[in-house]
Structures are given as structure tokens and as C-alpha cells.
Write a protein that binds this ligand. Structure first.
Ligand SMILES: Cc1cc2nc3c(=O)[nH]c(=O)nc-3n(C[C@H](O)[C@H](O)[C@H](O)COP(=O)(O)OP(=O)(O)OC[C@H]3O[C@@H](n4cnc5c(N)ncnc54)[C@H](O)[C@@H]3O)c2cc1C
Length: 506
């Protein structure tokens, strides 16, 4: 007999939420994590007297859809106790060059519309239409959920009631914003968040982008006071309170199946561990590589191979021996772009097309010791951007030169001195993320949101995703795309599906 009802593999946001949800429902749960601490991306690391936030720039509630449970609701329901601090400023965006600009855009719908109108007179009307359409898209998604899948939907209702949704759903962000009659400058400022989703607006699905933007604007971004590591520890505590077990230093090296191809367990620490259900927070590509080929359906391998891996990132973490005021920094999130056109920013990404600089002390004043502050540079990196023939002995030199290039650029842009204040520095690249998360090419975002493979399509064709009996996938590579909230939402969603099956004795 199986010792566990559910084994969850990977203690990232998705795995933590899935495991805690199953344990809360009274099931015997084992969470297996290859590292000696939980969180995956949602962790922290310490250098000298600084505790760095390695991944999170800002949290949003994922969606304005009233049916969509926010991450914070999920947390509260699971008894995960964490304090969040909200940001009033969405971002500052500095565009270099002759057509350059420098604007601060406020959070909150009215604040956003006001600051956009100040920057781009006449932008209020199309932006308002964008928010109104987003509510319609939320309503259409609720209708689709209620129909329980494609077969339950009435095409006439879809067309008559949600016609704008049908018209917009398959389009790119560029086409959508053009259809609203937005001028180039408004588009440029609105598109600032493209880097958070990893696709240029000419390819980025409009629904995905608009719902993310609206969620950030209306919900206002926030940060966990205790760093992401504090959030992850709080989730483990809740899991253990419900009787769940966590094994650290326990890498799953094989997924086990019965003769019919149903998941029955895993191998970790050279031990076979069996359960009725498996939830994987590990990307399907890796699960396939850790499974005997004869048990894996061809369609699942085809789907994993057809998908494009999501972006990775280069990050420069700095602990400085001066306060942010002494440094001359007054913003939490600054987007620096080389060209106003977000598609050009993407095309020029290897040449400083876009980078983001965060100063955690703006949102969490005591995030670092008194008299100090922290900066965090983020540079998107896509498949093929990282030099393939880089030799191990040249790696440090390469990443240090890269860090210096971006730090010098920012110094020059703001007229500040960062270099002489650096007390601690750490530089992470796709190699770091590949090693830490075990993801192919160091993807931090699972799979790209492509026109055939975006949140809408993945949701509508959800049943095609779960091709393995007794197994589900949750996390940034799952139905809802990347990001902290997606991890929690899919963790809860998949756990609830598994709980329903267990209740029915399936
Ligand atoms: C630099 C950076 C900036 C980001 N900024 C933001 C942001 O501002 N806002 C936002 O919402 N999102 C952001 N993200 C994205 C977000 O962090 C991820 O999408 C999300 O945390 C992924 O969660 P996940 O549930 O998929 O798990 P992951 O974090 O991918 O964790 C998976 C876990 O599985 C473990 N594991 C892997 N293989 C095995 C195995 N074989 N056996 C056992 N354990 C295994 C790993 O060790 C890891 O702990 C950022 C990410 C990075 C790296």
C-alpha cells in the first residue's frame, strides 16, 4: 500500500501551495525538494550583511477576474502568515535617445490614468476602453469556466455576448492596442511590462498582457516584508501544521508508472516512494527525461517539444554602503529602455534594449542594515542570447564585464556613483538559474506564451495538458504562465483536481 496519498515534487510556489492544499484537506502528503530549503525562485540569499531578494520584482494579484482567487486569498485560506507592503508607484520609465522621456506612472486605476494623461495627453479614453474590455474578458472567462470546457460552450452566446473577447483573444498586444487607437507614445508607456512576460508586443497575446497590466494597475504591486524566503518558510510551516512532510536534499531522479502508464510514485535518495497521486512542480521536459519512455504518451512528448522555452534573466545584486538617499535614488522600479518601441527594445535586448533596476529599500525601508541599501539589476535573456561557446574559465570575466556595463550605464543616466559604494555583488545568469532550478536553458518562465500556446488556449484545452493518469503539473510552466501568483493558483487548482479524484476514489 502507498504510504502517501499525494507526493509533490519540487517546493517552488506551485509545489508549496499544492502540498499545503492537499494536506489541509486531510491527505497524507510528502513534498520532495532537491535543495536544502524551500521556495525555488521564491527564496533569498545572504552575502555579508545583506539578504537579497533573488527573483521577485513585484507581486500582483494575477487577474482582475472576481472569480480568480488571488494569491493573497489563497495564502489566507491556507493559514500562511506573511506581511505584504504595497507600492504606490507602478514604475518609472526612462527612455534614452533623441525621442527619449522620463516618466513616473502611478499605481491604482485613477492614478495610472492621470499619470498617463499627463505624459500622453488624450490617452485616457483608449486606456479606459482597455480596462472596460478587460472586465468583459473576465466575464467571458467566467462564462467559459461555467461551461466546463469547449464542448459546453454555446457559440451563439460567445459571439453575441462576448464578441469583443472573440475578436481580441487571438490577437497580439500590438494589434489590440492599435485597434483601440492608441498613439505610439501611449503604447510605448503601456507596453513597459512586456519584459515581465517575455514576449515582444508584436507576439505577446493581448489577453495575457492586458490582464497582467490591469492586475498590477488596479491591485497595486506589493512585496513580502520578509523576502520571498519568509513567504516560503511560512508556507512550509502551514504544510507541517496540517501534518504534511517535507524532505529536503531529496532530488527526484525517476518518476514511476504502472503497466497502463498511470503515475504511481517516484525515486528519491535511491528509494522508491509510492503514492496515489503525483503533483509535479518540475517542468514537463524534465519529468519526461526522468520517465521510462515506454510509459510516456507520444502526445505529451510532442506537446513539450512543440512549446518554446520561456526567457531567462541576467541579474546583478548589489549591497551598497550608503543609503538610497545618499546614493540619489528615489524609485523602487525603474525601467530603462533604449528605444520607445517595445519591439525594438526586444530586438536590441543584447545591446541594452531594456533593463530594470529595483531598490528594495524604497518599498521595505529596513530591508538592509542601517546606512546601506540594495540595488537589483535585471536584464532579459532569451534562447541563443548567451554565448554558447563561452569557456568555463571565461565565465566570471564575462559576467563581471556585463555587470559593469549596466552599472556604468545607470550611473551615467542618473548622474550617481554606484561603483565606489559596492560592498557586496553577486551576478546570476541563465547558467545560475539552470543549475539552481534544474530548468532547460535556465528558463525562469516555463514556456513562452505563443499565439497557439497562451493562457487562454491552455485553459480552454486544459484536459489535453494532463496526459498522465494520476499526475498533474503546477507552477510557472503550467496553465497560467509564469509568475508567483500563477504558481500558487495552479498549485491550488491542481491540488483541488487531485482531491476531487481521491474523494471519488478514481
Ligand atoms: C530573477 C527573477 C525575477 C522574477 N521576477 C518576478 C516578478 O517580479 N513577479 C513574479 O510574479 N514572478 C517573477 N519571477 C518568476 C517567478 O519567480 C517564477 O515564475 C515562479 O516563482 C516559478 O514558480 P514555480 O512554482 O514554477 O517553481 P520554481 O521556482 O521553478 O521551483 C521549482 C522547484 O522544484 C525543485 N526541483 C526541480 N527539479 C527537482 C527534482 N528533480 N526533484 C526535487 N525538486 C526539484 C527546484 O529546486 C525548485 O525548488 C522572477 C523569476 C526570476 C528568476
Amino acid at each position: 500500500m502507498e504510504k502517501y496519498d499525494v507526493i509533490v515534487v519540487g517546493a517552488g510556489n506551485g509545489g508549496l501551495c499544492a502540498a499545503t492544499t492537499c494536506a489541509k484537506a486531510g491527505y497524507r502528503v510528502l513534498l520532495l525538494e532537491k535543495h536544502n530549503l524551500p521556495g525555488g525562485c521564491a527564496t533569498s540569499f545572504v552575502r555579508g550583511r545583506f539578504e537579497f531578494e533573488p527573483s521577485l520584482h513585484e507581486l500582483c494579484d494575477e487577474s482582475t477576474n472576481p472569480r480568480m482567487r488571488s494569491m493573497k486569498q489563497i495564502y489566507a485560506d491556507l493559514g500562511i502568515d506573511t506581511k505584504f507592503l504595497r507600492e504606490e508607484m507602478l514604475y518609472r520609465v526612462i527612455c534614452k535617445g533623441p525621442n527619449g522621456y522620463d516618466y513616473r506612472i502611478r499605481a491604482g486605476k485613477e492614478g495610472f490614468l492621470d499619470s498617463m494623461e499627463e505624459a500622453c495627453p488624450g490617452s485616457r479614453a483608449p486606456l479606459n476602453t482597455m480596462f472596460e474590455l478587460n472586465y468583459l474578458f473576465d466575464a467571458a472567462q467566467i462564462y467559459m469556466d461555467d461551461c466546463g470546457g469547449v464542448s459546453g460552450m454555446n457559440p451563439i452566446t460567445l459571439i453575441t455576448k462576448y464578441g469583443d473577447f472573440i475578436r481580441a483573444a487571438g490577437n497580439s498586444t500590438d494589434k489590440f492596442l492599435d485597434a483601440l487607437g492608441m498613439d505610439d507614445k501611449t503604447k510605448s508607456l503601456t507596453n513597459t511590462y512586456w519584459g515581465y512576460l517575455g514576449d515582444p508586443p508584436r507576439d505577446l497575446n493581448a489577453m495575457h498582457f492586458i490582464s497582467l497590466l490591469a492586475a498590477y494597475v488596479e491591485g497595486k504591486p506589493s512585496m513580502p516584508y520578509d523576502r520571498s524566503h519568509g513567504m516560503s518558510l511560512a508556507a512550509v510551516k502551514a504544510l507541517q501544521n496540517y501534518g504534511g512532510e517535507v524532505w529536503y536534499n531529496s532530488e527526484v531522479t525517476e518518476f514511476l508508472y504502472d503497466e497502463e502508464g498511470a503515475a504511481i510514485g517516484v525515486v528519491a535518495n535511491d528509494e522508491k516512494i509510492y503514492a496515489k497521486k503525483i503533483i509535479s512542480n518540475v517542468i514537463p521536459n524534465n519529468v519526461l527525461n526522468l520517465s521510462d519512455n515506454k510509459f510516456v504518451k507520444k502526445s505529451m512528448r510532442k506537446l513539450a517539444n512543440a512549446r518554446k522555452l520561456g526567457m531567462s534573466i541576467i541579474t546583478v545584486y548589489l549591497g551598497l554602503d550608503c543609503t538610497m538617499e545618499e546614493l540619489g535614488v528615489d524609485d523602487y522600479s525603474v525601467f530603462v529602455v533604449k528605444d520607445p518601441d517595445a519591439n525594438v527594445q526586444y530586438d536590441q535586448r543584447k545591446d541594452m534594449g531594456l533593463y530594470i533596476v529595483n531598490c528594495l529599500n524604497k518599498t521595505i525601508p529596513d530591508a538592509s542594515p542601517e546606512g546601506t541599501c540594495m540595488l537589483f539589476f535585471t536584464i532579459p535573456s532569451f534562447d541563443g542570447d548567451f554565448p554558447e561557446n563561452l569557456k568555463p574559465q571565461d565565465y566570471k570575466k564575462y559576467k563581471n564585464a556585463l555587470a559593469e556595463k549596466y552599472i556604468r550605464d545607470y550611473e551615467e543616466l542618473l548622474g550617481i556613483d554606484i561603483m565606489s559604494h559596492i560592498e557586496e555583488i553577486s551576478v546570476a545568469t541563465p547558467v545560475t538559474f539552470a543549475r539552481y532550478l534544474s530548468t532547460p536553458n535556465g528558463t525562469i518562465y516555463g514556456y513562452m506564451s505563443q499565439s497557439w500556446d497562451n493562457v487562454i488556449n491552455r485553459t480552454v484545452f486544459k484536459d489535453l495538458e494532463n496526459k498522465v493518469k494520476n499526475m498533474r503539473f503546477c507552477g510557472g510552466h503550467s496553465l497560467r504562465g509564469d509568475g508567483y501568483p500563477s504558481g500558487f493558483i495552479t498549485g491550488e487548482m491542481m491540488a483541488n483536481e487531485i482531491i476531487a479524484e481521491l474523494k471519488e476514489g478514481k
